[in-house]
Design a protein around this ligand. Structure first.
Ligand code: C2E
Ligand code: MN
Ligand code: MN
Length: 405
Protein backbone atom coordinates (compact mmCIF):
# COMPACT_ATOMS: atom_id res chain seq x y z
CA UNK A 1 0.00 0.00 0.00
CA UNK A 2 1.35 3.37 -1.05
CA UNK A 3 1.32 6.06 1.58
CA UNK A 4 2.34 9.69 1.76
CA UNK A 5 3.56 11.57 4.79
CA UNK A 6 4.43 15.24 5.15
CA UNK A 7 6.14 16.69 8.20
CA UNK A 8 7.83 19.92 9.13
CA UNK A 9 10.77 20.51 11.46
CA UNK A 10 13.41 23.06 12.36
CA UNK A 11 17.15 22.77 11.86
CA UNK A 12 18.96 22.76 15.22
CA UNK A 13 21.84 24.78 13.84
CA UNK A 14 22.36 27.02 10.82
CA UNK A 15 23.09 24.80 7.86
CA UNK A 16 25.97 25.43 5.50
CA UNK A 17 25.54 24.55 1.82
CA UNK A 18 27.91 21.63 2.38
CA UNK A 19 25.99 20.32 5.37
CA UNK A 20 22.75 20.54 3.39
CA UNK A 21 24.32 18.70 0.45
CA UNK A 22 25.55 15.97 2.76
CA UNK A 23 22.13 15.63 4.36
CA UNK A 24 20.43 15.30 0.99
CA UNK A 25 22.95 12.76 -0.34
CA UNK A 26 22.50 10.64 2.76
CA UNK A 27 18.70 10.89 2.62
CA UNK A 28 18.64 9.94 -1.07
CA UNK A 29 20.65 6.79 -0.42
CA UNK A 30 18.42 5.85 2.51
CA UNK A 31 15.24 6.54 0.55
CA UNK A 32 16.48 4.51 -2.43
CA UNK A 33 17.10 1.51 -0.21
CA UNK A 34 13.56 1.78 1.18
CA UNK A 35 11.86 2.44 -2.15
CA UNK A 36 10.80 5.86 -0.87
CA UNK A 37 10.57 8.97 -3.04
CA UNK A 38 9.78 12.53 -2.05
CA UNK A 39 10.43 16.23 -1.86
CA UNK A 40 12.23 18.51 0.57
CA UNK A 41 11.55 22.23 1.01
CA UNK A 42 14.09 24.22 3.04
CA UNK A 43 14.08 27.94 3.86
CA UNK A 44 17.32 28.05 5.82
CA UNK A 45 15.61 27.21 9.11
CA UNK A 46 12.54 25.06 8.48
CA UNK A 47 12.23 21.81 6.63
CA UNK A 48 9.04 20.54 5.04
CA UNK A 49 9.43 17.06 3.70
CA UNK A 50 7.16 14.72 1.77
CA UNK A 51 7.84 10.99 1.85
CA UNK A 52 5.96 8.49 -0.30
CA UNK A 53 6.36 4.75 -0.63
CA UNK A 54 5.24 1.49 0.95
CA UNK A 55 3.35 2.36 4.14
CA UNK A 56 5.73 0.43 6.41
CA UNK A 57 8.86 1.98 4.91
CA UNK A 58 7.43 5.47 5.24
CA UNK A 59 6.45 4.91 8.87
CA UNK A 60 9.78 3.42 9.91
CA UNK A 61 11.67 6.13 8.03
CA UNK A 62 9.62 8.82 9.79
CA UNK A 63 10.47 7.15 13.08
CA UNK A 64 14.18 7.37 12.29
CA UNK A 65 13.82 10.95 11.12
CA UNK A 66 12.11 11.85 14.41
CA UNK A 67 15.24 10.76 16.28
CA UNK A 68 17.68 12.68 14.06
CA UNK A 69 19.55 15.22 16.19
CA UNK A 70 20.05 17.67 13.32
CA UNK A 71 16.49 18.93 13.59
CA UNK A 72 13.79 19.38 16.24
CA UNK A 73 10.07 20.21 16.57
CA UNK A 74 9.15 17.45 14.15
CA UNK A 75 5.43 17.85 13.43
CA UNK A 76 3.43 15.50 11.26
CA UNK A 77 1.28 17.49 8.84
CA UNK A 78 -0.36 14.77 6.75
CA UNK A 79 -0.66 11.03 6.49
CA UNK A 80 -2.53 9.85 3.43
CA UNK A 81 -2.86 7.01 0.95
CA UNK A 82 -3.06 7.25 -2.81
CA UNK A 83 -2.95 5.41 -6.08
CA UNK A 84 0.34 6.82 -7.42
CA UNK A 85 3.53 8.62 -6.43
CA UNK A 86 3.81 12.34 -7.05
CA UNK A 87 7.60 12.29 -7.22
CA UNK A 88 8.09 8.94 -8.96
CA UNK A 89 11.73 8.26 -9.71
CA UNK A 90 13.05 11.03 -7.47
CA UNK A 91 14.55 9.86 -4.15
CA UNK A 92 14.32 13.39 -2.92
CA UNK A 93 13.54 16.40 -5.05
CA UNK A 94 14.85 19.53 -3.35
CA UNK A 95 13.45 23.04 -3.45
CA UNK A 96 15.62 25.63 -1.75
CA UNK A 97 13.17 28.39 -0.96
CA UNK A 98 15.98 30.89 -0.38
CA UNK A 99 16.78 30.89 -4.09
CA UNK A 100 13.24 31.57 -5.20
CA UNK A 101 10.83 34.44 -5.54
CA UNK A 102 7.48 33.68 -3.92
CA UNK A 103 5.79 33.57 -7.33
CA UNK A 104 8.14 30.82 -8.52
CA UNK A 105 7.59 28.37 -5.69
CA UNK A 106 4.33 26.75 -6.72
CA UNK A 107 5.39 26.29 -10.33
CA UNK A 108 8.72 24.77 -9.32
CA UNK A 109 7.02 22.24 -7.06
CA UNK A 110 4.62 21.44 -9.89
CA UNK A 111 7.48 21.00 -12.31
CA UNK A 112 8.99 18.37 -10.08
CA UNK A 113 5.75 16.41 -9.93
CA UNK A 114 4.82 13.67 -12.36
CA UNK A 115 2.32 14.48 -15.07
CA UNK A 116 -0.31 12.18 -13.60
CA UNK A 117 -0.16 14.07 -10.30
CA UNK A 118 -0.17 17.47 -11.96
CA UNK A 119 -3.52 16.72 -13.53
CA UNK A 120 -5.20 16.45 -10.13
CA UNK A 121 -3.52 19.47 -8.71
CA UNK A 122 -6.38 21.92 -8.24
CA UNK A 123 -7.75 20.08 -5.24
CA UNK A 124 -4.83 17.99 -4.17
CA UNK A 125 -4.29 18.28 -0.41
CA UNK A 126 -0.63 17.47 -0.75
CA UNK A 127 0.14 20.29 -3.14
CA UNK A 128 -1.98 22.66 -1.07
CA UNK A 129 -0.04 21.87 2.09
CA UNK A 130 3.32 22.16 0.35
CA UNK A 131 2.53 25.52 -1.23
CA UNK A 132 0.91 26.83 1.96
CA UNK A 133 4.12 26.22 3.89
CA UNK A 134 6.37 27.27 1.04
CA UNK A 135 4.56 30.56 0.48
CA UNK A 136 4.02 31.57 4.11
CA UNK A 137 7.57 32.79 4.41
CA UNK A 138 7.04 34.84 7.55
CA UNK A 139 6.43 31.57 9.47
CA UNK A 140 3.99 33.33 11.81
CA UNK A 141 1.69 30.38 11.11
CA UNK A 142 4.08 28.08 12.95
CA UNK A 143 3.69 27.72 16.70
CA UNK A 144 6.59 26.07 18.45
CA UNK A 145 6.68 25.30 22.13
CA UNK A 146 9.61 25.94 24.37
CA UNK A 147 12.09 23.14 24.87
CA UNK A 148 10.68 20.69 27.43
CA UNK A 149 14.17 20.34 28.92
CA UNK A 150 13.84 23.93 30.21
CA UNK A 151 11.32 22.73 32.78
CA UNK A 152 11.03 20.38 35.68
CA UNK A 153 7.92 19.74 37.74
CA UNK A 154 8.03 19.99 41.50
CA UNK A 155 5.24 18.93 43.84
CA UNK A 156 3.89 21.44 46.31
CA UNK A 157 2.77 20.53 49.82
CA UNK A 158 -0.85 21.47 49.38
CA UNK A 159 -2.32 17.99 49.72
CA UNK A 160 -5.10 17.42 52.22
CA UNK A 161 -7.86 14.89 52.52
CA UNK A 162 -11.04 13.97 54.28
CA UNK A 163 -10.71 10.20 54.34
CA UNK A 164 -13.70 8.99 56.32
CA UNK A 165 -17.04 8.78 54.60
CA UNK A 166 -19.97 10.40 56.37
CA UNK A 167 -22.83 8.16 57.50
CA UNK A 168 -25.23 7.51 54.63
CA UNK A 169 -22.78 8.73 52.02
CA UNK A 170 -23.52 6.83 48.81
CA UNK A 171 -21.18 8.64 46.44
CA UNK A 172 -17.69 9.97 46.69
CA UNK A 173 -15.75 12.48 44.68
CA UNK A 174 -12.18 12.76 43.52
CA UNK A 175 -10.77 16.26 43.10
CA UNK A 176 -8.52 17.34 40.30
CA UNK A 177 -7.30 20.92 39.95
CA UNK A 178 -7.46 23.09 36.86
CA UNK A 179 -4.38 25.28 36.98
CA UNK A 180 -2.88 28.37 35.45
CA UNK A 181 0.82 27.56 35.81
CA UNK A 182 2.07 30.95 34.59
CA UNK A 183 0.51 32.46 37.76
CA UNK A 184 1.04 29.31 39.83
CA UNK A 185 -2.66 29.50 40.51
CA UNK A 186 -5.38 26.91 40.96
CA UNK A 187 -8.38 28.26 39.08
CA UNK A 188 -10.81 25.52 40.11
CA UNK A 189 -11.26 21.99 41.36
CA UNK A 190 -13.19 19.52 39.28
CA UNK A 191 -15.28 17.04 41.25
CA UNK A 192 -15.21 13.62 39.60
CA UNK A 193 -17.79 11.15 40.86
CA UNK A 194 -16.78 7.78 42.36
CA UNK A 195 -18.87 4.93 43.69
CA UNK A 196 -18.94 4.02 47.37
CA UNK A 197 -16.08 1.59 46.73
CA UNK A 198 -14.14 4.10 44.67
CA UNK A 199 -15.30 2.85 41.23
CA UNK A 200 -15.14 5.06 38.16
CA UNK A 201 -18.04 7.19 36.89
CA UNK A 202 -18.50 4.73 34.07
CA UNK A 203 -18.86 1.77 36.44
CA UNK A 204 -21.09 3.76 38.71
CA UNK A 205 -23.53 4.89 36.04
CA UNK A 206 -23.54 1.44 34.44
CA UNK A 207 -24.63 -0.08 37.75
CA UNK A 208 -27.78 2.02 38.18
CA UNK A 209 -31.00 1.59 36.19
CA UNK A 210 -31.12 4.09 33.29
CA UNK A 211 -34.34 5.61 34.61
CA UNK A 212 -32.52 6.71 37.79
CA UNK A 213 -29.32 7.99 36.22
CA UNK A 214 -30.30 11.63 35.89
CA UNK A 215 -31.75 11.83 39.38
CA UNK A 216 -28.63 10.23 40.87
CA UNK A 217 -26.37 12.50 38.82
CA UNK A 218 -28.16 15.52 40.22
CA UNK A 219 -28.52 14.31 43.82
CA UNK A 220 -24.91 13.16 44.04
CA UNK A 221 -23.77 16.79 43.72
CA UNK A 222 -24.88 17.37 47.33
CA UNK A 223 -21.94 15.14 48.37
CA UNK A 224 -19.58 17.13 46.17
CA UNK A 225 -20.62 20.43 47.74
CA UNK A 226 -20.45 18.97 51.24
CA UNK A 227 -16.91 17.75 50.58
CA UNK A 228 -15.94 21.19 49.24
CA UNK A 229 -17.28 22.75 52.40
CA UNK A 230 -15.46 20.24 54.66
CA UNK A 231 -12.23 20.92 52.79
CA UNK A 232 -12.85 24.66 53.27
CA UNK A 233 -12.79 25.32 49.53
CA UNK A 234 -14.96 28.37 49.96
CA UNK A 235 -12.90 30.81 47.95
CA UNK A 236 -12.19 28.72 44.90
CA UNK A 237 -14.32 27.67 41.94
CA UNK A 238 -15.88 24.22 42.01
CA UNK A 239 -16.60 22.37 38.78
CA UNK A 240 -19.16 19.59 38.72
CA UNK A 241 -20.16 17.38 35.80
CA UNK A 242 -23.75 16.89 34.72
CA UNK A 243 -25.29 15.08 31.82
CA UNK A 244 -27.42 17.56 29.84
CA UNK A 245 -30.48 15.43 30.55
CA UNK A 246 -29.85 15.65 34.30
CA UNK A 247 -30.65 19.34 33.98
CA UNK A 248 -33.70 18.72 31.81
CA UNK A 249 -35.35 15.57 33.20
CA UNK A 250 -36.32 17.30 36.44
CA UNK A 251 -37.84 20.76 35.85
CA UNK A 252 -36.68 21.88 39.29
CA UNK A 253 -33.09 20.65 38.76
CA UNK A 254 -31.50 24.08 39.00
CA UNK A 255 -33.48 24.98 42.13
CA UNK A 256 -32.40 21.71 43.72
CA UNK A 257 -28.78 22.52 42.96
CA UNK A 258 -29.13 26.00 44.39
CA UNK A 259 -30.49 24.45 47.61
CA UNK A 260 -27.54 22.02 47.74
CA UNK A 261 -25.10 24.89 47.29
CA UNK A 262 -26.71 27.13 49.88
CA UNK A 263 -27.06 24.18 52.29
CA UNK A 264 -23.27 23.83 52.35
CA UNK A 265 -22.63 27.52 52.85
CA UNK A 266 -21.26 27.95 49.34
CA UNK A 267 -22.28 30.49 46.73
CA UNK A 268 -23.69 29.84 43.23
CA UNK A 269 -21.05 32.12 41.68
CA UNK A 270 -18.43 29.64 42.84
CA UNK A 271 -19.93 26.77 40.92
CA UNK A 272 -19.32 25.77 37.32
CA UNK A 273 -21.40 23.11 35.66
CA UNK A 274 -19.51 21.09 33.07
CA UNK A 275 -21.83 19.78 30.44
CA UNK A 276 -20.60 16.34 29.54
CA UNK A 277 -22.29 15.42 26.35
CA UNK A 278 -21.98 11.65 26.37
CA UNK A 279 -25.41 11.51 24.80
CA UNK A 280 -27.15 13.69 22.27
CA UNK A 281 -29.26 16.50 23.66
CA UNK A 282 -32.75 15.35 22.83
CA UNK A 283 -34.73 18.42 23.67
CA UNK A 284 -32.83 21.54 22.68
CA UNK A 285 -35.50 23.91 23.97
CA UNK A 286 -35.64 22.48 27.48
CA UNK A 287 -31.87 22.28 27.60
CA UNK A 288 -31.60 25.93 26.55
CA UNK A 289 -34.06 26.88 29.26
CA UNK A 290 -32.04 24.98 31.89
CA UNK A 291 -28.84 26.77 30.82
CA UNK A 292 -30.70 30.06 31.11
CA UNK A 293 -31.74 29.21 34.67
CA UNK A 294 -28.16 28.31 35.58
CA UNK A 295 -26.92 31.61 34.14
CA UNK A 296 -29.59 33.62 35.94
CA UNK A 297 -28.60 32.00 39.22
CA UNK A 298 -24.99 33.03 38.61
CA UNK A 299 -23.67 29.51 38.02
CA UNK A 300 -20.91 29.18 35.41
CA UNK A 301 -21.12 26.84 32.43
CA UNK A 302 -18.40 24.88 30.69
CA UNK A 303 -18.59 22.66 27.63
CA UNK A 304 -16.69 19.49 28.48
CA UNK A 305 -14.82 17.13 26.15
CA UNK A 306 -14.99 19.58 23.27
CA UNK A 307 -14.02 17.86 20.06
CA UNK A 308 -15.04 14.38 21.19
CA UNK A 309 -18.35 12.61 20.76
CA UNK A 310 -21.34 14.89 20.79
CA UNK A 311 -19.72 18.06 22.11
CA UNK A 312 -19.57 19.66 18.70
CA UNK A 313 -19.56 23.06 17.10
CA UNK A 314 -23.31 23.54 17.16
CA UNK A 315 -23.32 23.26 20.96
CA UNK A 316 -20.74 26.04 21.05
CA UNK A 317 -22.70 28.11 18.55
CA UNK A 318 -25.92 27.75 20.56
CA UNK A 319 -24.59 28.16 24.11
CA UNK A 320 -21.47 30.19 24.56
CA UNK A 321 -20.04 28.84 27.79
CA UNK A 322 -17.61 30.51 30.18
CA UNK A 323 -15.10 27.74 29.53
CA UNK A 324 -14.41 25.35 26.75
CA UNK A 325 -12.59 22.21 27.79
CA UNK A 326 -10.71 20.71 24.88
CA UNK A 327 -10.83 16.93 25.01
CA UNK A 328 -7.77 14.84 25.69
CA UNK A 329 -8.10 13.14 22.31
CA UNK A 330 -7.30 16.49 20.69
CA UNK A 331 -4.58 17.43 23.20
CA UNK A 332 -2.66 14.17 23.18
CA UNK A 333 0.70 14.43 21.41
CA UNK A 334 -0.18 17.90 20.12
CA UNK A 335 3.44 19.03 20.01
CA UNK A 336 4.07 16.61 17.13
CA UNK A 337 0.74 16.62 15.37
CA UNK A 338 -0.11 19.11 12.60
CA UNK A 339 -3.86 18.44 12.30
CA UNK A 340 -4.35 18.74 16.07
CA UNK A 341 -2.30 21.96 16.15
CA UNK A 342 -4.40 23.49 13.39
CA UNK A 343 -7.61 22.56 15.23
CA UNK A 344 -6.48 23.87 18.62
CA UNK A 345 -5.23 27.12 17.11
CA UNK A 346 -8.65 27.64 15.53
CA UNK A 347 -10.38 26.83 18.84
CA UNK A 348 -8.16 29.28 20.73
CA UNK A 349 -8.93 31.98 18.20
CA UNK A 350 -12.67 31.31 18.33
CA UNK A 351 -12.55 31.38 22.15
CA UNK A 352 -10.74 34.73 22.11
CA UNK A 353 -13.36 36.20 19.78
CA UNK A 354 -16.15 34.93 22.03
CA UNK A 355 -14.63 35.77 25.41
CA UNK A 356 -14.45 32.10 26.38
CA UNK A 357 -11.58 30.64 28.40
CA UNK A 358 -10.13 27.52 26.76
CA UNK A 359 -8.90 24.73 29.03
CA UNK A 360 -6.68 21.88 27.84
CA UNK A 361 -7.74 18.55 29.37
CA UNK A 362 -5.65 15.45 29.92
CA UNK A 363 -2.24 17.10 29.63
CA UNK A 364 0.30 14.40 30.46
CA UNK A 365 3.53 15.52 28.82
CA UNK A 366 5.74 18.55 29.30
CA UNK A 367 5.99 18.92 25.50
CA UNK A 368 2.21 19.12 25.18
CA UNK A 369 2.06 21.86 27.81
CA UNK A 370 4.92 23.80 26.18
CA UNK A 371 3.19 23.79 22.82
CA UNK A 372 -0.20 24.72 24.26
CA UNK A 373 1.29 27.65 26.19
CA UNK A 374 2.90 28.92 22.99
CA UNK A 375 -0.47 28.64 21.23
CA UNK A 376 -2.10 30.84 23.87
CA UNK A 377 -3.76 28.29 26.16
CA UNK A 378 -3.35 29.31 29.80
CA UNK A 379 -5.45 26.80 31.73
CA UNK A 380 -4.61 23.14 32.10
CA UNK A 381 -5.87 19.96 33.69
CA UNK A 382 -4.06 16.66 33.60
CA UNK A 383 -1.78 14.16 35.24
CA UNK A 384 1.24 16.36 34.46
CA UNK A 385 -0.01 18.77 37.15
CA UNK A 386 -2.07 16.51 39.41
CA UNK A 387 -3.96 13.26 39.43
CA UNK A 388 -7.45 13.20 40.94
CA UNK A 389 -7.42 12.59 44.71
CA UNK A 390 -10.27 10.73 46.38
CA UNK A 391 -12.04 12.91 48.97
CA UNK A 392 -9.17 15.33 49.06
CA UNK A 393 -6.92 17.84 47.40
CA UNK A 394 -3.91 16.34 45.61
CA UNK A 395 -0.38 17.73 45.64
CA UNK A 396 0.17 19.83 42.55
CA UNK A 397 3.29 19.65 40.41
CA UNK A 398 4.27 23.14 39.27
CA UNK A 399 6.72 23.84 36.46
CA UNK A 400 10.02 25.39 37.43
CA UNK A 401 12.69 26.54 35.03
CA UNK A 402 15.73 24.30 35.10
CA UNK A 403 18.90 26.26 35.76
CA UNK A 404 20.98 26.82 32.58
CA UNK A 405 24.02 24.49 32.38
P1 C2E B 1 -14.17 14.54 32.40
O1 C2E B 1 -15.18 15.45 32.98
O2 C2E B 1 -13.56 14.90 31.10
O3 C2E B 1 -13.10 14.36 33.53
C1 C2E B 1 -11.76 14.14 33.28
C2 C2E B 1 -11.45 12.67 33.29
O4 C2E B 1 -10.13 12.51 32.75
C3 C2E B 1 -11.38 12.07 34.69
O5 C2E B 1 -11.69 10.70 34.57
C4 C2E B 1 -9.92 12.23 35.03
O6 C2E B 1 -9.48 11.30 35.99
C5 C2E B 1 -9.28 11.95 33.70
N1 C2E B 1 -8.02 12.62 33.55
C6 C2E B 1 -7.61 13.80 34.05
N2 C2E B 1 -6.37 14.11 33.65
C7 C2E B 1 -5.96 13.09 32.87
C8 C2E B 1 -4.75 12.83 32.16
O7 C2E B 1 -3.78 13.61 32.15
N3 C2E B 1 -4.69 11.67 31.46
C9 C2E B 1 -5.74 10.79 31.44
N4 C2E B 1 -5.59 9.66 30.74
N5 C2E B 1 -6.90 11.01 32.09
C10 C2E B 1 -7.00 12.15 32.79
P2 C2E B 1 -12.85 10.08 35.44
O8 C2E B 1 -12.82 10.61 36.82
O9 C2E B 1 -12.80 8.60 35.22
O10 C2E B 1 -14.13 10.66 34.77
C11 C2E B 1 -14.52 10.27 33.48
C12 C2E B 1 -15.72 11.05 33.04
O11 C2E B 1 -16.86 10.73 33.82
C13 C2E B 1 -15.56 12.54 33.22
O12 C2E B 1 -14.78 13.07 32.21
C14 C2E B 1 -16.99 12.98 33.13
O13 C2E B 1 -17.42 13.05 31.80
C15 C2E B 1 -17.72 11.83 33.81
N6 C2E B 1 -18.10 12.22 35.16
C16 C2E B 1 -17.33 12.38 36.25
N7 C2E B 1 -18.07 12.78 37.30
C17 C2E B 1 -19.33 12.91 36.84
C18 C2E B 1 -20.57 13.31 37.43
O14 C2E B 1 -20.67 13.67 38.61
N8 C2E B 1 -21.68 13.32 36.62
C19 C2E B 1 -21.62 12.96 35.32
N9 C2E B 1 -22.73 12.97 34.61
N10 C2E B 1 -20.48 12.58 34.74
C20 C2E B 1 -19.35 12.55 35.49
MN1 MN C 1 -15.49 17.34 33.30
MN1 MN D 1 -13.55 16.24 29.81
Amino acid sequence: MLSTLIYRSRACEPMSADALDGLIRQARARNASLNVTGLLLFDGVHFVQLLEGPAQSVESLFDTIGRDARHKSVVRLLRDHGPFRRFEGDEMAMVDLRDLAVTQVASLILEKMKKQARLAVSDDRVIKILTWYALARDTSHIVEGEDAANWRFVADEGASSEPCLQPGQTYQFALQPIVEPARRAITSFEFLIRSQSGGSPEQLFASVPPAQRYRIDLESKAFAFRLASRLCLDDIKLSVNLLPMSLVADPSAVDLMLDQIAGCGLSPGQVIVEITEQEAIVNQRDFGAAIERLRRAGIGVAIDDFGAGFAGLSLLADFQPDKLKIDRKIIQNIHADGPRQAIVRAIVEACAALGITPVAEGVERVEEWCWLQAAGVERFQGYLFARPALNGVPAIHWPQRTPPH
